[in-house]
Design a protein. Structure first.
Length: 345
């Protein structure tokens, strides 16, 4: 009975993975992975920004899927009396999946240029070029032909043809991003209104993605997203709704939800001794897959975010409803709690 139950779980797990075959890594805190959404986000929201993300997923089903991401971007030549500015960025991620430790490492270099549509809005375009490597350990895999009728027997031949254990590839893409921001974030006013929206296109060259000589390619991916920060005037409260949609081959993913933010303090404008801080919490829904509970704490230029996925799909029988845990850390400059009337901050 034990082996039958194990086999059923593995079959369900395999079927669930087949739906997302050759799909990119993704984070539930999509709003904390700007360069994974669109290279044109480099330099769009901040003069300087660094983010780290960590995801641990499906530990109740198999060896956890672990993903680590780091991104850095900054604007260049943001001066007065010009029509726009350049920005550069880098995004690195490492993903390890399942018992075979199937891994993907990729490093993206990003360039973007943003033009001023007005004192409060910009429109930018960005490009990325990337180097990637995929690896797998076939020795740690178990096959049905190695089941001797009573138990798994490592001495039995698998009868499976194994391919290359690693290969490298190049990857390219681009996108456009629009930002609008006005008014102030002060607690005494809090009538800030900020919108971000864009379209990103990834893997335009459809790089190789198989360990076998099957000719399988990584499908091109289109990403559409938008978010807002809407201050409720003369209160400490703000609403931060957002959505994210991606399509890659036959797979697609849709996030919808919002966070609600409460500001504890505003930064001291003169001495700088008092640091602004806020707390935000919310719920996002990943269509036909999971509900994600999120919480964020901001202190001056630093933000830490936590989220947890509760699985709702057919995989929940095997996962017992457990999904993925994520943590994100972010640093930005200038201090977002300080308001500036200049478009050049």
């Amino acid at each position: 009975m034990k082996y039958i139950r194990t086999a059923l779980i593995l079959i369900m797990f395999t079927n669930a993975l087949a739906f997302v075959k050759a799909q990119d890594i993704h984070f539930s805190q999509f709003y904390m992975t700007p360069l994974l959404q669109n290279p044109a986000q480099a330099g769009a929201q901040n003069n300087l920004r660094g983010i780290m993300n960590y995801k641990n997923q499906w530990s109740s089903v198999a060896d956890p899927y672990t993903t680590i991401n780091f991104s850095f971007d900054m604007s260049l030549n943001k001066k007065k009396h010009v029509d726009g500015f350049s920005a550069i960025g880098v995004n690195l991620f490492s993903d390890k999946a399942g018992n075979s430790k199937m891994g993907t490492f990729q490093g993206n270099l990003v360039y973007a240029y943003h033009i001023y549509l007005s004192d409060r809005s910009t429109l930018g375009a960005g490009l990325y070029g990337a180097f990637g490597q995929r690896s797998v350990n076939f020795a740690d895999l178990q096959w049905g032909s190695q089941y001797d009728g009573m138990a798994y027997n490592v001495g039995l031949p698998s009868g499976e043809h194994t391919g290359s254990e690693n290969f490298i590839f190049l990857d390219f893409g681009g996108g456009v991003h629009w930002k609008f921001s006005q008014n102030e974030r002060y607690m005494t006013g809090n009538d800030q209104l900020t919108f971000n929206a864009g379209l990103g296109v990834f893997h335009v060259n459809s790089p190789k993605y198989s360990f076998y000589e099957s000719g399988e390619k990584l499908h091109m991916k289109e990403v559409l997203y938008g978010n807002a920060l809407i201050g409720i005037s003369n209160t400490n409260l703000s609403v931060n709704p957002g959505f994210f949609f991606s399509k890659q081959g036959k797979a697609n993913e849709l996030f919808l939800g919002s966070m609600f933010r409460f500001q504890f303090k505003e930064s001291s404008k003169i001495t700088g001794f008092v640091k602004g801080s806020s707390m935000a919490a919310g719920i996002f829904y990943r269509n036909k897959d999971a509900v994600i509970a999120c919480i964020q704490y901001e202190f001056s230029q630093y933000t830490v975010g936590f989220s947890y996925d509760v699985n709702l799909s057919g995989l929940k029988t095997a996962s017992q409803g457990n999904g993925g845990f994520e943590v994100s850390l972010r640093f930005v400059s200038p201090n977002p709690f300080l308001y500036s009337k200049s478009r050049y901050y």
